[in-house]
Design a protein around this ligand. Structure first.
Ligand code: NAD
Length: 318
């Protein structure tokens, strides 16, 4: 009996898509990658270039240009086709164009017989993930937006720099929209097992007065700080996407923040939003509900209200 090879398709082979493929092959995550793009030459060129890495990597991942018709037996489709914001635009300004692009992708992929997992990177990611959920008809556990995964990594970097500790020793989530309205439940941020708020209280002489609101703003703005210098961001988000793919493919039961559909958790319905979840071979196994303080819960709900307002602009009754 032949073992089934694990296949990932990447739709949109621009900077984010090609970085995701590069991260997949360097980490040896799957056996096969299909590169799909409206610009077929671009997809082919990326596949060729990626194949030229194989000699010097740990395993032979087969990378090739592909098509939607070939997605029937693909395990995970990553959607990163989109319209990155032009200078002066916000992520929300790209909503309608990104929604149209998502339709042109999801409909033919579902016709191929695809039953796997969609990972959505295209912005505005929470709204596009909701759209893909509705278009695909797949169970909610199969649709995963990258959400605040990259924002949480940025938040941990800021806290790590402030306290001069490895950011991986920080446990922290940015939650809600992958955008300006995201929030941080500070009562659930820990450094080496100690509450962050207590760490800064006990170390005033070293860290001074820490402005928590500015830390949230810096986290939400961090992507734009990169954008202003190099025109876009891709390594951070590609690495976060690969962490999600590994959690599914390796059945890891990893807890990380992603955008998922809330159906009563946190008292919220009808919204894809950034929350910690358990990810495994069934996709989103469950949402982790942390006990937020009332003021934190209010900020989270405000962010979700904003996402719902944008979703309704796509014609959905919310
Ligand atoms: P890019 O312009 O480098 O690449 C986009 C690719 O999508 C291009 O190759 C283009 O040909 C392709 N494409 C466009 N329309 C298509 C369609 N209908 N079908 C198939 N392919 C199509 O852009 P990028 O920098 O890679 O960004 C891609 C998306 O990712 C944008 O929406 C961007 O906002 C988003 N993004 C999200 C995050 C996040 O944290 N979620 C971070 C960075 C970028």
């Amino acid at each position: 009996m032949a073992l089934k090879s694990r296949k990932v398709a990447i739709v949109g082979t621009g900077l984010v898509g090609s970085s995701t493929a590069f991260s997949l092959i360097t980490q040896g995550v799957c056996e096969e990658i299909l590169m799909i793009d409206l610009n077929k030459e671009r997809a082919l060129g990326e596949a060729m270039d990626l194949n030229h890495c194989i000699e010097y990597l740990n395993r032979n991942t087969k990378v090739r240009a592909g098509s939607y018709e070939e997605c029937g037996d693909v395990d995970i489709v990553v959607i990163t086709a989109g319209a990155p914001p032009k200078p002066g635009q916000t992520r929300i300004d790209t909503l309608h164009l990104s929604a149209k692009i998502a339709e042109s992708i999801v409909n033919p992929i579902m016709k191929s017989g695809f039953k796997g997992y969609f990972i959505i990177i295209s912005n505005p990611v929470d709204m596009i993930a909701y759209h893909v959920y509705k278009l695909s008809g797949l169970p909610k556990s199969h649709i995963i937006g990258t959400g605040t995964s990259v924002d949480s990594a940025r938040l941990k970097n800021f806290i790590g720099e402030l306290l001069k500790v490895d950011p991986r020793c920080v446990q922290a989530y940015s939650m809600g929209e992958h955008g300006d309205s995201q929030m941080v439940p500070w009562s659930h941020v820990y450094v080496g097992g100690k509450p962050f708020l207590k760490v800064i209280e006990d170390n005033q002489d070293r860290v001074g007065d820490v402005n928590l609101n500015n830390l949230v703003l810096d986290t939400a703005k961090a992507g734009w700080e990169v954008y202003n210098r190099k025109g876009t961001t891709y390594y951070g988000i590609a690495t976060a996407a690969v962490a999600i793919i590994k959690a599914i493919i390796n059945d890891e039961n990893r807890i990380m923040p992603v955008s998922t559909l809330l159906d009563g958790e946190y008292g919220e319905f009808n919204v894809f939003t950034g929350v910690p979840v358990v990810l495994n071979g069934t996709g989103v196994k469950e949402v982790v509900e942390i006990d937020m303080l009332p003021e934190e819960l209010n900020k989270f709900k405000e962010s979700n209200d904003f996402i719902r307002k944008c979703i309704s602009e796509l014609g959905y009754e919310i």
